[in-house]
Design a protein around this ligand. Sequence first.
Ligand code: ATP
Ligand code: MG
Length: 559
Amino acid sequence: MTEISKEEEKSLNFIEEIIEKDLAEGKYNSILTRFPPEPNGYLHIGHAKSICLNFGLALKYGGQTNLRFDDTNPVTEDTEYVESIKDDVRWLGFQWANELYASDYFEYLYDYAVKLIQKGLAYVDDSSSEEIASLKGTPTEPGKDSPYRNRSVEENLSLFADMRAGKFKDGEKVLRAKIDMASPNMHMRDPIIYRIKHAKHHRTGDKWCIYPMYDFAHGQSDSIEKITHSICTLEFIPHRPLYDWFIEQLGIFPSHQYEFARLNMTNTVMSKRKLLQLVNEGHVSGWDDPRMPTISGLRRRGFTPESIRDFCDRIGVAKRDNLIDVGLLEFCLREHLNKIAHRRMVVFDPLKVVVTNYPAGQVEMLKSEDNPEDPDTSHRDIPFSGELYIEREDFMENPPKKYFRLAPGQMVRLKSAYIIRCDEVMKDDEGNVTELRCTYIPESKSGQDTSGINVKGTLHWVSISQAVKAEVRLYDRLFKVEDPSNEEGDFKSYINPDSLQVISEVYAEPALTKAGEGDRYQFLRKGYFALDKDSTPEKLVFNRTVTLKDTWAKEMKKN
Ligand code: ATP
Ligand code: MG
């Protein structure tokens, strides 16, 4: 049987089908997509889906992708967000063809509005927002015309110029498209296209006091850039007739809008408004808190761009809204980390082991594979001595049957080292185990074992005098329920109070002092870890990126 690659095996998604048809029919010579974030927050995993889709399609079909900041709302936007967005897109592994800003098109958009007025297709309305709303009708009842709907072209032109010139206060007037107050689509009932806002814009400063609405800026920006396939999420389906109407009335490049289902994920929230609340109210330490579903949070936690791209690829492109299990994201992460993570031994809760027959003061360097999954792996040196730490939970004084870890009289292998036997258990006055006296089997050295002894348990360990101390931060789901946004009451009442556990002192093998920012580690039997940005040479800090196995799936079944 011939091997079928992952790529060929998968059928085309509906957007790929459209693109292939458009290219085959010669509608376009090449495709141009765009990723259009509003710089009013940090990107999250949902945006990653959109990024992978837009950039991925262009890569697949030899086209290009623009990064366009949809910065038409001066009040909530900021340059800080622009920089973080650029950083995140780059980190995900994509390079945009052009960095563009809707605010660069304000002059064009103004001219387009003037053109609509001249064609009798837009008018200045003096009504208050309440009055406009009251005449809008309902989905089952037609709306009513505004008393200002039939102003003359001249009057509209002069009023719109006055709006731009700053002659009116916020909310005093708006410019509306003149379409159809009886349309079954509420978006077509004379939508507002410009509003007055005396606010400083992060790029245009005080130049403008009127700003275009999303619907008037987005499609025209697509058209100015000659975007061929403008991909957005399902909630924009009812906006599409308006998108097309503007393009048709203005006679500009016919970009087309296509909609797919937004990514929703379990045990988190995704809207920027909600994420902002978590940040502002101190439920998390910031946008890049490792529990946040933001790209910067995932990155700080130790996620790899490869695993996020793989996840976005696996969930595919849906036409109906759904809720994706965060377990799938973690599955993709484990798959990748297993391949690339350096293996290290770290003891979280130490129990001292004295190897009584090991020469006092001797330290021996043992070799261990850096990553057994990597064919080109190198080896690292691990110091072994007569005084070690093992994990307290790896010892039991009165073990049940089939207990393969350490117990009085029982033997285990120390990973990459020797087999030891527990001879004696030392306790303090209260009966707490303080130390184990063990003997080692000199012929049982890993890789050259001639002892003939078979043991079932292998433990991780560190040599005490060479061990380095570190802090580890263990994370769990930020929310206790699957879909906090769909539960009764405030979504924040479903925050998991145990989503962060800090262990301020663990003991690591010395090779970990060389850890760098991009390095990924598997702490044997403990999970995958990455260095946190709080780490210093004096105090190493590691984030647990993900556990070795999906323990949560089991928990959910129990509940
Ligand atoms: P939010 O609703 O989270 O505040 P947004 O849609 O307002 O996000 P934008 O900055 O406008 O955020 O989004 C930029 C692009 O990312 C848009 O094309 C949008 O459709 C897409 N996008 C946003 N959230 C998701 C998501 N959860 N899944 C897929 N695409 C998304
Ligand atoms: Mg938006």
